[in-house]
Write a protein that binds this ligand. Structure first.
Ligand code: AMP
Ligand code: GLY
Length: 424
């Protein structure tokens, strides 16, 4: 089978790397890919942007692609699966209408409330005066979220009332354009976070191993929220009992609710959870795999990714089971200077050619020019490794990171070292 992976980040590099190991895959195309996917055996980059849906359809036809797997949310929310299906092409992912679970936070919150799936209390606003009144009448800690897509940056965990008001004013004032014309203000939950990702086909699903992301840019969970600075698997606080609760109280009611709403949800579904003293609560849904969670999860996945994706796309997931490496895996992201507000791209990355069987360097935002690899995005690399223990995986990953250089590049030193105490 010829596989097409849509996207250019660390997640897509990890998916392409894993798909290329499948005996079922004759070749893996990545559109547009990055310098890392360009160097991967049995993988070929194709210069079509991830949001160019007509261009991707033309590519899939020209190359006789058998199955397309979509990495990022933007093409899913824009309807790539609907367009591919109309064109008679197999594309794994939810339709635009189902992808609203990620594309609109107010849609997701209403869905959660309607199906009594545990989540934070919330209100939706389009008007600053009403948002201000609400914040004044509800003292306490709040989180302010732009309704639409904002690459993981449209969420402000406000330290106090003043910060919540400022965030609401800035979003409603156009900071994120249309995505912030509507905002969700919700209660701030306390606990440890976990990512729970499944591959679904209607009501059938397989659950990938749990993982834990580090959203804040700086050590000790400080600094601005980002797309994710590092992740490890399994999550620190999810035992078998809690996993059963997450399936029964969150994943299964979500799939049932989608079906009841007329959506046959096919593809990856990611529940971002806060594990509170009162049980797990949904912070967000994503209609795709996580980034950087994909990197450690793909290192632990022994099953054939292509067989799984094909089974989901053909409605044959009921009999699927996952084979997972029991060893933990950890990924640390190297980001460009200025990330996330204003990443400076163009820096040369050195040290990539060094062989290290203990780790894998997934590229996230890189491009090749005159034989050099340059930073081309906010998140640049995701160094990932397995270990007998999480600590061993950490040591391997940080040792590898120390051999890579990017002028001004930044990475957290404490990935996998929770808890750090209360963020301030
Ligand atoms: P989201 O994109 O909605 O997952 O939000 C991004 C990050 O903001 C989450 O991973 C959490 O770290 C934080 N966050 C979101 N909602 C809440 C909440 N209600 N309480 C505490 N932290 C939150
Ligand atoms: N790492 C968080 C996300 O993929 O949304």
């Amino acid at each position: 089978m010829k596989i097409l992976i849509v996207g250019s980040g660390g997640r897509e590099h990890a998916l392409a790397w894993k798909a290329a190991q499948s005996p079922l895959a004759s070749e893996v195309l990545v559109a547009p890919g990055n310098a890392g996917t360009a160097r991967e055996p049995r993988v070929r980059n194709c210069p079509v942007e991830a949001t160019d849906i007509p261009g991707l359809i033309a590519l899939a036809r020209r190359e006789r692609v058998n199955l397309t797997i979509v990495g990022p949310e933007a093409p899913l929310v824009a309807g790539i699966v609907d367009r591919f299906t109309e064109a008679g092409l197999a594309c794994l992912g939810p339709t635009a209408s189902a992808a609203r679970l990620e594309g609109s936070k107010s849609f997701a919150k209403e869905f959660l409330a309607r199906h009594r799936i545990p989540t934070a209390r919330y209100e939706t606003f389009t008007d600053l005066a009403a948002a201000t009144r609400y914040l004044n009448e509800h003292p306490g800690a709040h989180v302010v979220k732009a309704d639409g897509l904002a690459s993981g940056k449209g969420v402000v965990v406000a330290e106090d009332q003043k910060a919540a008001l400022a965030a609401a004013a800035s979003m409603l004032g156009g900071e994120f354009g249309e995505a912030g014309r509507r905002i969700v203000i919700e209660e701030r939950l306390l606990g440890v976070e976990a990512s729970f990702i499944v591959l679904a086909d209607g009501l059938d699903y397989v659950a990938f191993p749990t993982s834990e992301d580090h959203k804040r840019r700086d050590d000790g969970d400080r600094g601005p929220n980002t797309g994710g600075m590092g992740a490890f698997s399994p999550a620190s606080a999810v035992d078998a009992g809690l996993e059963a609760t997450i399936r029964a109280r969150i994943i299964e009611p979500t799939l049932r609710g989608l079906k009841a709403g007329g959506h046959h949800y096919q593809g990856f579904l990611y529940a971002g959870l806060m594990l509170t003293a009162d049980g797990p609560r949904v912070l967000e849904f994503n209609c795709r795999f996580g980034d950087p969670e994909t990197q450690p999860i793909m290192m632990r996945l022994r099953s054939d990714l292509v067989a799984l994706a094909h089974a989901a796309a053909c409605g044959r997931l009921a009999d699927a089971a996952l084979d997972i490496d029991p060893r933990p895996a950890l990924c640390v992201v190297l980001a460009a200077p200025g990330y996330p507000a204003a990443p400076r791209t163009g820096g040369v990355i050195q040290g990539l050619d060094r062989e290290d069987p203990a780790t894998k360097v997934f590229h996230a935002g890189t491009r090749e020019a005159s034989g050099q690899v340059l930073a081309s995005g906010g998140r640049v690399l995701g160094v990932t490794g397995l270990g007998t223990t999480l600590e061993e995986a950490r040591t391997r990953v940080y040792r590898r990171l120390d051999t890579l250089t990017l002028d001004g590049g930044l990475y957290r030193r404490d990935i996998g070292r929770r808890p750090y105490g209360t963020p301030s």
